[in-house]
Write a protein that binds this ligand. Structure first.
Ligand code: HEC
Length: 177
């Protein structure tokens, strides 16, 4: 295999290199098209990554500003009031009979510790004569009677509101009429 390359081999080599050059150009063309298509496609979003990003950029506190802020603040206050109401005695009921059944009856049903018995007119008449306002004040703040007996403030449950006590006293007084 020495000597000059035969003319037929030269032709073959020329055509073969032309084919290779064309194929290389086609390959680069395909790479360019693929890169262009990829650039124009929406990037796939990883949901886990999205979630962790959202968590990281979530606001730490709320800002109460403008009309929406006022509404949000009122909602927060309403929620707080609702939570506080659950700490009010007996669900905050203003039903005197209901409150009596929960607490006051322990002394006032049978006259324990010298408590005036509910429905006993003789026991209640002189007390009612003081006026309902005085009875309510005695029930709220506690009362030492002249014969040495003691009505504890709010019957011993400070969670009762003044309005609840008033409703209960009114109910008790009504039973003695
Ligand atoms: C631990 C027992 C006890 C409980 C519980 C109790 N009371 Fe009394 N209460 C008394 C006694 C004792 C008196 C009488 C005090 C006296 O006049 O010496 C009294 C008196 C009263 C009087 C009359 C006060 C006056 O000026 O004559 C009212 C009104 C009253 N209680 C309301 C209530 C209400 C309302 C409740 C429930 C929220 C309640 N009590 C729970 C013991 C109790």
């Amino acid at each position: 295999m020495s000597g000059p390359i035969s003319p037929s081999d030269q032709r073959f080599l020329r055509q073969f290199s032309t084919v290779i050059v064309i194929l290389v150009l086609v390959a680069f063309g395909l790479i360019a098209i693929a890169a262009m298509v990829y650039d124009h496609m929406p990037q796939p979003a990883d949901p886990a990554l999205q979630r962790s990003t959202d968590a990281r950029i979530a606001p730490v506190g709320a800002v109460y500003a403008g009309a929406a802020g006022i509404a949000a603040m009122q909602a927060a206050q309403a929620a707080a009031a609702k939570a506080a109401a659950s700490e009010v005695a007996y669900g905050g009921t203003l039903d005197g009979h209901d409150i009596y059944n929960h607490l006051c009856h322990t002394c006032h049903a049978k006259g324990i510790a010298g408590a005036p018995v509910v429905g006993n007119k003789t026991m209640w008449d002189p007390r009612i004569a003081q006026g309902i306002a005085v009875l309510v004040q005695h029930a709220i703040h506690g009362y030492h009677g002249p014969d040495g007996n003691y009505m504890p403030p709010k019957g011993g449950n400070p969670a009762l509101t003044d309005a609840q006590i008033e409703a209960t006293v009114k109910w008790m007084v009504a039973q003695a009429k």
